[in-house]
Write a protein that binds this ligand. Structure first.
Ligand SMILES: Cc1cc2nc3c(=O)[nH]c(=O)nc-3n(C[C@H](O)[C@H](O)[C@H](O)COP(=O)(O)OP(=O)(O)OC[C@H]3O[C@@H](n4cnc5c(N)ncnc54)[C@H](O)[C@@H]3O)c2cc1C
Length: 461
């Protein structure tokens, strides 16, 4: 936003200290975007807020300590990350951060934005702008203004079919199976019941306290609604949904979790937002304002930071002298939107579908994953592409396209395996299926041999 047409950036924030009670996991994708802005969360200066994830502990049966997908990723409180970014921005020349400013409205035609001042009822501040970036979250006021005032701009909002509450699980050292040599303090802990769509997810935080997000289906027998409103009903619900939880956290902490769930905290849910563009005129949207998504795949902040990096590139923020001029802002924003929109939609779709939304969907997903892994062993498919989401070298749209191909290949393999069996049943003879399966096994063995010899050749050369 410019003041008096100088290159002066104002950032308006409603609170003084930004606090949330959940942690975000930043994967290489988000970390690369941050490092393009000169921020390295592995640096010692961030040791007091950022935890380098040592791996995972799955508590569904006996606690299993693994490397896990998120190893070496960073876990950080959402509020700490926001504060850190604001402090960095405030230290730049020509940047001013205005706390306690709440967006009131935007007059798009005249490029004027109005704020009310928190704690000073009736006080409003208006500001002309050359560029307005809406980074105001899933219920973005900037996006609403675009919907109301920009012809042709639309936003589709899909309510998520899951809800969550945050709970404290006490001290990690009190968990059953704790072993100081396994570094459980820096690991993500999970209790899951995939069949019922129930998960208790605990990214690590500084210190030894374990905070969790309890995620449940929005409706049905395993929803917050079905939990009931008495200590007995909540306790029975948890014992059914996550049978090992009480054993792992101990009776006293389990009772405390039950009390927290009864404390009146309403369940929250995410939304998925698909915008028809990420910018119009002199207004741009980033983060949840532009592409809010389910937290299931852990891409919200990662994609937000990547979107901001794309915007910064188009505005040529890295070089003050080359910074896009006020008159060129609309053209730069058009390019930004064209570059990023496909990826924004792709990551929203992937997160919305996540790993299956119904029990049947989750089983099919697991089957498809197993098939893709088998095809991978034959050298006929890459590893499941959904596991590449956090990596920075493949755009979300390419991941979505490859995911579609992997699903098709997996279903083709399943059909090829099921058809001979069906024919055998129809013909009441084992001969046809046995013949086809032997043929398939021979082809698989040949392919495996070809792959092995190719690998041997490439390693020897
Ligand atoms: C339980 C949970 C776990 C998650 N885990 C992960 C994870 O592991 N990895 C990951 O990548 N993502 C994760 N996410 C998603 C991630 O938190 C969001 O995608 C991310 O916070 C979006 O950042 P944002 O800045 O766009 O929006 P927000 O974080 O919502 O920030 C919006 C900001 O705008 C301000 N604002 C709102 N209205 C106004 C107004 N009228 N005037 C002025 N300011 C305003 C708000 O105060 C806030 O500071 C998780 C989400 C949840 C709920």
């Amino acid at each position: 936003m410019s003041e008096n047409k100088q290159h002066l950036l104002s950032i308006s924030v409603p609170q003084i200290l930004l606090q949330t009670n959940y942690h975000n996991v930043l994967y290489p994708r988000g970390l690369a975007a941050l490092s393009s802005a000169g921020i390295d969360l592995y640096a010692p200066e961030f040791n007091d807020v950022a935890t380098v994830i040592a791996g995972t502990v799955q508590h569904d049966a006996e606690p299993a300590t693994r490397q896990g997908l998120g190893q070496r990723s960073i876990s950080i409180d959402r509020g700490d990350l926001a504060q850190l970014l604001l402090d960095r921005a405030a230290a730049l020349p020509n940047v001013r951060v205005h706390y306690l400013h709440l967006l009131g409205g935007v007059d798009v035609a005249n490029s004027v934005v109005t704020f009310s001042i928190v704690g000073a009822e009736g006080t409003h501040v208006s500001q002309e702008y050359d560029l307005l970036v809406g980074a105001d979250g899933v219920r973005s006021g900037v996006r609403s203004a675009m919907q109301d005032q920009v012809p042709g701009f639309t936003a589709k909002v899909v309510e998520e079919d899951q809800q969550y509450k945050t709970v404290e699980l006490g001290d990690v050292r009190a968990l059953r199976g704790y072993d100081p040599s396994l570094n459980w303090e820096d690991r993500a802990h999970f209790w899951t019941n995939a069949r019922r769509g129930v998960a208790l997810l605990c990214p690590p935080r500084r210190g030894t306290a374990v905070s969790a997000a309890l995620v449940l289906p929005r409706r049905g027998a395993h929803s917050f609604e079905a939990m009931g409103t008495t200590a007995e009903s909540v306790s029975a619900f948890l014992m059914r949904a996550l049978p090992t939880l009480q054993r792992d956290v101990g009776d006293a902490q389990f009772g405390d979790v039950v009390r927290q769930l009864l404390s009146g905290q309403a369940p929250r849910s995410n939304r998925t937002v698909y915008c028809s563009a990420l910018a119009c005129g002199r207004m741009a949207l980033v983060g949840d304002a532009a592409h809010a998504m389910s937290a299931a795949l852990g891409q919200g902040v990662n994609s937000a930071l990547e979107t901001v990096a794309v915007l910064a590139r188009e505005l040529r923020c890295a070089d003050d002298a080359a910074l896009v001029k006020a008159e060129d802002v609309p053209a730069a924003l058009r390019t930004f939107s064209a570059r990023r929109l496909r990826d924004a939609h792709a990551v929203c779709r992937l997160s919305e579908r996540r790993m299956g939304r119904t029990p049947l969907g989750r089983r099919l997903f697991a089957l498809q994953l197993a098939c893709t892994q088998q095809l991978g062993k034959l050298g006929l498919a890459a590893p499941p592409v959904l596991f590449q989401l956090g990596k920075m070298d493949m755009p979300y749209s390419a991941i979505a396209a490859r995911q579609r191909r992997q699903v098709l290949a997996a279903y083709a393999l399943l059909t090829a395996a099921a058809l001979p069996a069906a024919m055998g049943v129809m013909l009441r003879s084992l001969r046809v299926p046995l013949l086809v399966y032997s043929l398939m096994a021979a082809i698989a063995a040949a392919l495996r041999a070809i792959t092995a010899s190719r690998t041997a050749k490439s390693t020897s050369s």
